[in-house]
Design a protein around this ligand. Sequence first.
Ligand SMILES: Nc1ncnc2c1ncn2[C@@H]1O[C@H](COP(=O)(O)OP(=O)(O)OP(=O)(O)O)[C@@H](O)[C@H]1O
Length: 500
Amino acid sequence: MNTATIWRTTLERLEQTAVDADSKAWLQDAHLASVPYLDDGDIALDQADQGVHFTLQVPNTQACNVINNRWRPSLEEILTEITGQVVTLSVSSEDKGLPAAQNISTEAQAATQRSPAQNNYTAYFDISPHQSTQAELQYMTSGSMATLEDWDNEQRANMLMHNRLNPRYTFEAFIVGNSNRLAHAASLAVAEAPGESYNPLFLYGGVGLGKTHLLHAIGHLGVQTGLAVLYVSSEQFTNEIVNAIRYRTTEEFRAKYRSVDILLVDDIQFIAGKESTEEEFFHTFNSLHEMSKQIVICSDRPPKAIVSLEERLRSRFEWGLIADIQPPDLETRMAILRVKSDLLNYPIPDEIIAYIASRVQTNIRELEGCLNRLMAYQQLHHTDLTLDVARAAMSSLGNDNREASLNGRQIAEAVADYYHTSLEAMRGKQRDKHIVMPRQIAMYLIRQETQASLLEIGQFFGGRDHSTVLHACEKIERTLNLNPGLRREIIAIREQLLRE
Ligand SMILES: Nc1ncnc2c1ncn2[C@@H]1O[C@H](COP(=O)(O)OP(=O)(O)OP(=O)(O)O)[C@@H](O)[C@H]1O
């Protein structure tokens, strides 16, 4: 492979990244200089066991600065991939002698006069056209990345390409219940007045309970009010700091993180024990906090429980407000399912919503998964949406292991417990109302939750006829549709059974 082919392939791969118009034009005009030990224009890669050093010749000094500062690490990565050798790259300008201002290409000059939106940036940061043009012009003519302000506008634009907020994760789409009320209220407060109320805001809770959703919702509101918002996972933060150290771009890294108005950090627990990351995060935190910029942090546990987190960070995380998110109660789970099914334009009868909500108790992501599975299952089988279909969808996908292992006796005992009666009484001859009703509910639930036949159920309940069982099941089903109280009782029994 010769250098021309390598460079062409590099540009093709870089296409997968959003590259701004100026850089694109400069990169297309650039070429890789041959490395010294080549004699026929081809690279003898197997000789390069110490790695390969390339020089990229670019058209002018401005291009040299931008590509060196912004694209060199990505280019090195791609070149390393293509050649299979560790590549280091220097960027060199072909016409170093010319004054910087004269080297602006026509394309680059045009770009300085375009608004940020025309430059294909996603509008997660508000850079007003006036500000941007001024800063870009100053940058173009200065010939160096000398000031933080220059960096600020350049890098902010670059950040836009990576700062993806999920459009579905808004405050409007977040269902509030007792389990998440405080976390929601605190998030809304910091989104409405960043840096003023709780700083930092530390949200914690179990898997799939809406922490990321709230972070993004804060982000959206910040963006709408024209603030610079940066959402980052702690993994991404770590990678960036590792790269910054490796490529000696820590100044840029710092400038980037200190330029935001709202910093949202997900899964902070993963930085614990990573010394350089903790160190850098500590300084980032302090700088932002001193400038009254808002910091919101999420974790799966409270600061005290993040083992091996440096004490100075832990204490800072405790400065503001710590709000937890607990698993949602039944009503909240049902409300979430209702909203999600409306969003999917997939109407679901209450009975089925209640059925799914009673089965998935601790993870909203899983709850959503069940809804999606149900939809897929129903469409695949071209069938009406009934409780039986819902049961089949969930059990066929292995969601109901506990249910599969339930037997009639366990169910009957749970019903007896719930209604403060005894299994013996339910299996006996008594016809008092306070025994008949639980008996019928137990029959209904056994029919729903197990494979037992009407005959078997009848035998279990003192040798009753299969038509008696059928009558009981039908009666409970009818009453369920008219009596929300009974529906709640049955859900509670199911929940209890699944918990045991
Ligand atoms: N209260 C809620 N209202 C509506 N949707 C919610 C709510 N809580 C969570 N969700 C939804 O549940 C899914 C999982 O939420 P999210 O990713 O925010 O969880 P998380 O707590 O960050 O989980 P993890 O610890 O795995 O990162 C998302 O689709 C989110 O929209």
